[in-house]
Design a protein around this ligand. Sequence first.
Ligand SMILES: [Zn+2]
Length: 183
Amino acid sequence: MKFTDTHTAPSCEETTLLLSRGLDCDLSGTEVAVMYAHVAGCDACRLAMGEMATLAFAMQALNRQHEALVLDDGFTTELTNKLAAVHNEGGVTQLRQFGRHAAQDAALRDRLQRAKDQTSFIQLCVQLGQESGYRFTTADVALQLESKAANDDCLSDAQLDKVAAGGGFDGRQMLDLLNGLND
Ligand SMILES: [Zn+2]
C-alpha cells in the first residue's frame, strides 16, 4: 500500500508495514510523515518501531561480522582444513571401530577374506561398514591399511614383496591389517 495523502490515518497494521519498509529506506516523504503521525500517538507502534530498529541494527552488525569472516582468505582456508581434519578423523575412528567389529564377527571376516583383490577388499570394507552403521571412505581404508602395512613389523619382507608385486592378494593378511589398526 502506498500513502499519498498526509491526512490519511494508517491502521497499526499498516504502520507496521510502513516501519519495515522504512528500515529498507523504501518510503516516500508522505509515507514517512503518515507513519510518524501515527507513531506519535500510538504507544504500541512506538514500541514496535524501537524493537524493529534494534533488531535491524543487530542483524546489520551480524552481517558485517559474517562478511568480514568470509572475505578473510586465511579464515576460509583454516576452516576448510579444520573441517577436512574433523571429517578424516571421524572416518579413521569409524574405520577402527569397524576393525574391532570385524574381529568379533566371523561372518563378516569371512566375507572380507573372499575379496579377490585389494580394491574390492577396500570397497567391501566401506560397503560392509555401512551395513553395520560405520561411515568411512575408500580413501580412509586405503590410507590406513597402507600406513599400517608400512609400519607393521609383523609383515615379513617376503609378504611385503608379494603385496608390492600386486600378485598374490591375501585377504587374510588384509584382514589382519584391518584388525591391527586398533593396536
Ligand atoms: Zn499503532
